[in-house]
Design a protein around this ligand. Structure first.
Ligand SMILES: Nc1nc2c(ncn2[C@@H]2O[C@H](COP(=O)(O)OP(=O)(O)OP(=O)(O)O)[C@@H](O)[C@H]2O)c(=O)[nH]1
Length: 441
């Protein structure tokens, strides 16, 4: 996954985009629609009496030059308000289908007017399917603005928001208020006319241009777009960061798991090494280091201990006669027979060569002495050669370690007793000095 963009980078990009959107909106050329251009309006025609009147050469309302949209009105002998205007039909007005002009803001008009009307009216009709009827052109909502004659002397921009629904139209149709709001979504006609009593005065009008202007994208939409962009950007950034954090979290979790597994493995290996360092590889019982550690622990508990030193008789002879491998096997068997005859709390280890040391908690020398004799009998009776070619015996030196006494001195006594057992003919148990025999708890 690519890294998330930095906050300052994101901010700079957002600001640049915002400025570009605002400038782009104001630099965009305006959206225009020239209503007088051929083909834009579906039709256009004059409004007013266009029939010749008896005794007059010309009709009251007539074209002077239709291509230049130049017309004249002159009502003679007819009082009251008379029509004098030009109407453009938009869309398919007969079916009630007009044009949506809601995106236009202004109407630019160039009109040359000479006449007596103080006002020029600009009006459009919006067909509203809720109440307008195609067969009644007047039922399309009238929306108009009156411009003073001097205001149209030069080109004029009319805001579409200036259009209002005239009172006479509201009264005529008597609709609920919400139907009387101006709207430009379905405009069916556009009219420029004179809202005054024109009788007796000639009116001369040339509509040079009538242009609708608007923005391609309204400022409100640009603001909304900018807001959406910021929200989108912030959401994307937040998601990105969240993903990043999740991935970092997973990565760290994996590292922690790997470290935990490695630590566990190291602990196992350490235990194995510690065990190997204190275990005799050949026999599986403690080695001398293991025995010394066990003795230290037992010594610290300040209890009376019995030491039994075991030495296989004529072991050299076995090696010489049956080979070193047979000697190794004897050592393994002796360790197994001894271990099988001990209590859980007793400790056995190989002190060196063919010599084993047994340590047990006891109250009297009789106890280790009895244990030594039991082992002596077990070894003498046991099968130490798998092929049954020979048997073995062992000699024992037994002594006590009183609470708080040093084991190395006691060990010397046990060794001396073992020596005496060997001297006395082997396959024997000898106790340490007379002091041992007398020691009790
Ligand atoms: N196979 C084998 N032999 C060993 C091992 N360690 C020591 N020995 C042998 O044990 C023999 C001990 O011989 P000695 O000290 O003379 O004792 P012994 O033959 O048992 O005679 P006594 O103790 O007097 O009865 C030596 O030949 C050593 O080489 C071992 O791990 N494996």
């Amino acid at each position: 996954m690519r890294p998330a963009p930095s906050n300052p980078g994101f901010l700079a990009a957002g600001i640049a985009l915002t400025v570009a959107m605002l400038l782009g909106q104001s630099w965009l050329p305006p959206r225009t629609m020239e209503l007088t251009r051929p083909g834009v309006a579906s039709n256009f025609f004059l409004v007013g009496a266009q029939q010749a009147v008896e005794g007059q050469d010309e009709p009251p309302v007539r074209w002077v030059d239709v291509d230049r949209r130049h017309w004249r009105c002159h009502y003679r002998g007819i009082d009251g308000r008379q029509g004098c205007g030009l109407t453009f039909m938009l869309g398919d007005a007969e079916k009630g289908h007009g044009l949506d002009l809601s995106h236009f803001d202004t109407l630019h008009m160039e009109l040359r007017y000479k006449g007596s009307s103080p006002f020029v009216r600009v009006a459009l009709r919006n067909f509203d399917a809720r109440f307008s009827k195609p067969e009644d052109g007047n039922s399309a909502r009238m929306q108009s603005v009156n411009l003073r004659q001097r205001d149209v002397a030069k080109p004029v921009d009319i805001e579409m928001a200036e259009l209002t629904v005239p009172e006479w139209w509201m009264q005529q149709f008597d609709l609920a208020r919400e139907y009387n709001r101006p709207s430009l979504e379905n405009v069916t006609s556009f009219t420029v006319d004179l809202p005054a009593d024109l009788s007796g005065h000639p009116q001369d009008l040339v509509l040079r241009s009538l242009t609708l202007k608007g923005e391609w994208i309204s400022r409100d939409r640009v603001y909304l777009g900018i807001l959406c962009l910021w929200l989108l950007g912030a959401s994307v950034l937040a998601m990105w960061r969240w993903q990043e954090l999740r991935q970092r979290d997973r990565r760290q979790q994996r590292e922690i798991d790997a470290l935990t597994a490695r630590t566990r493995q190291l602990r196992v290996e350490q235990d194995q090494l510690r065990r190997l360092a204190t275990i005799d590889e050949l026999t599986g019982v403690l080695n001398r280091r293991g025995l010394e550690t066990a003795l230290d622990d037992l010594e610290a508990q300040a209890e009376t201990l019995g030491l039994v030193l075991l030495d296989i008789d004529y072991f050299k002879h076995i090696n010489d006669r049956w080979g070193h491998a047979a000697g190794d096997e004897v050592l393994r068997r002796v360790a197994a027979i001894v271990s099988a005859n001990l209590r859980n709390a007793d400790v056995v280890g190989r002190w060196g060569g063919e010599e084993f040391l047994i340590v047990c908690r006891c109250r009297h020398i009789d106890e280790p002495a009895a244990l030594a004799d039991k082992l002596r009998a077990a070894l003498a009776a046991g099968t130490v050669d798998p092929k049954g070619r020979f048997g073995i015996t062992a000699s024992f030196g037994v002594t006590l370690v009183p609470p708080g006494a040093a084991t190395h001195r006691a060990f010397r006594r046990a060794d001396a007793a073992l020596y005496r057992a060997k001297e006395a003919g082997r396959n024997r148990v000898e106790l340490g000095n007379a002091q041992d025999a007398a020691t009790t708890m």
